[in-house]
Design a protein around this ligand. Structure first.
Ligand SMILES: Nc1nc2c(c(=O)[nH]1)N[C@@H](CN(C=O)c1ccc(C(=O)N[C@@H](CCC(=O)O)C(=O)O)cc1)CN2
Length: 304
C-alpha cells in the first residue's frame, strides 16, 4: 500500500480479551480454593437458584455450576418451576442461608412472572450475597467499605484496570442505571477517582455526553445503540450489552455499541461475545471464594 493511503487508513482499537483475562483470573482463584480446602477440610460452596426455563438463564446457570466445579468448589444447583410461590422461593433462600456448606447464593435474574426479585435479594444473607445486590452490599460499595461487589461491574473494572492501569482523573460515562450493572459500575469508577456521568433513557444529548468520555461503559440492553461517531478518539469502550439479532438472515449476538464503527475511534474495546460475559462468570467465582474466606475468618486473598 502507498504511504499516503496507509496514513489515511483509520486506526483500529485493541480488542480487550475477556475470555483470556477470565482464564487467568480462574487460575488464581483455583489456587486459593485449594488453599481454603486444605485449611478448612471443605471446599467453598456456591448455590445457584434458577426459577423457570428461560433458555439463556439455563445456559448461564449451567456455566456457573460447571465453572465452580472446575475451580474446585462445590456447586449446588436448585431448579424451581416458574409456578413456584414467593413463599417457597423465600423458604429455599432461608435454607441456603442456614446451610454451612453454602458460602455463596445467587438467584438467577430475571425472575419469571410476578415474583418479587427485590424481596428475594433482600432475604439473602449479605455475607453470602455473591451477586453483591443486597442493599447492605450496595451500601458498603457506596460508602467505600469492603463488601461483595456485583459481578459484571467488577469484571468491567478489572478489564479497565488491565487495559488502562491507573484510572484516576479520567472522565467516564456509564450508560444504563440498573442495580445489576449501571449503579455499582458508577460507584466503582468513582472509587477509582474517575469523574463519572450516569446516563439513562431520559438523558439529553447522549451522543455529546458519550463524546466527552475517556471511558464508556454501555449497559442499556439496546442493540448497537451507541454509534462509533459518538466515541471520543482514543476512548476505552466496555460493552455490557448482549442482544440477539438477525443480520443477513443469520442469528447474531451484538452489544450496545456499534462495534465496527466504534473500533475505528476507540483505543481499546471489548467484543461481544468474548468481552464482559466471561468475566461475569469468573467474578462470581471470585466473590464465592472471597465469601468463603471471610465466613471462615481467614484473611481475604487479593486478586485484582
Ligand atoms: N443473578 C444474576 N442474574 C443475571 C446476571 C448476574 O450477574 N446475576 N447477569 C446476566 C446474565 N449472566 C449471568 O448471570 C451472564 C450473561 C452473559 C454471559 C456470557 O458469558 N456471555 C457470552 C455470550 C454467551 C452467549 O452466546 O449467549 C459472552 O458475552 O461472551 C455470562 C453470564 C443476567 N442475569
Amino acid at each position: 500500500m502507498a504511504e499516503a493511503a496507509m496514513q489515511q487508513r483509520p486506526a483500529t482499537a485493541a480488542i480487550i480479551d475477556g475470555k483470556a483475562h477470565a482464564a487467568g483470573l480462574g487460575d488464581r482463584i483455583a489456587h486459593h480454593v485449594q488453599d481454603f480446602t486444605t485449611h478448612t477440610g471443605r471446599a467453598p460452596g456456591l448455590a445457584v437458584v434458577l426459577v423457570g426455563s428461560d433458555p439463556a438463564s439455563e445456559v448461564y446457570v449451567r456455566s456457573k455450576g460447571r465453572m465452580a466445579r472446575k475451580l474446585g468448589m462445590e456447586s449446588f444447583e436448585h431448579v424451581l418451576p416458574e409456578t413456584v410461590s414467593q413463599a417457597d422461593l423465600m423458604a429455599l433462600v432461608a435454607r441456603l442461608n442456614a446451610d454451612d456448606a453454602v458460602d455463596g447464593i445467587l438467584v438467577q435474574l430475571p425472575l419469571p412472572g410476578d415474583l418479587d426479585s427485590l424481596a428475594v435479594i433482600k432475604a439473602i444473607d449479605p455475607a453470602k450475597d455473591v451477586d453483591g445486590l443486597h442493599p447492605e452490599n450496595a451500601g458498603y460499595l457506596a460508602s467505600g467499605l469492603p463488601g461483595l461487589v456485583s459481578c459484571t461491574p467488577l469484571g468491567c473494572l478489572m478489564l479497565l484496570k488491565d487495559s488502562l492501569g491507573n484510572l484516576s482523573g479520567l472522565d467516564a460515562i456509564v450508560v444504563g442505571r440498573s442495580i445489576l450493572v449501571g449503579k455499582p459500575m458508577a460507584q466503582l469508577l468513582l472509587a477509582e477517582n474517575c469523574t463519572v456521568t450516569m446516563a439513562h433513557s431520559r438523558t439529553r444529548d447522549l451522543a455529546a455526553k458519550v463524546g466527552q468520555a475517556d471511558i464508556v461503559v454501555a449497559a442499556v440492553g439496546s442493540a448497537e445503540m451507541i454509534k462509533g461517531d459518538w466515541i471520543k478518539e482514543g476512548a476505552t469502550v466496555i460493552d455490557v450489552g448482549t442482544s440477539r439479532v438477525i443480520r443477513d438472515g443469520e442469528k447474531r449476538l451484538v452489544g450496545d455499541v456499534d462495534f465496527a464503527s466504534a473500533s475505528q475511534r476507540a483505543r481499546a474495546i471489548t467484543p461481544v461475545p468474548g468481552g464482559v460475559g466471561p468475566m461475569t462468570i469468573m467474578t462470581l467465582m471470585h466473590n464465592t471464594m472471597l465469601a468463603a474466606f471471610r465466613r471462615a475468618g481467614l484473611p481475604s486473598p487479593m486478586l485484582d
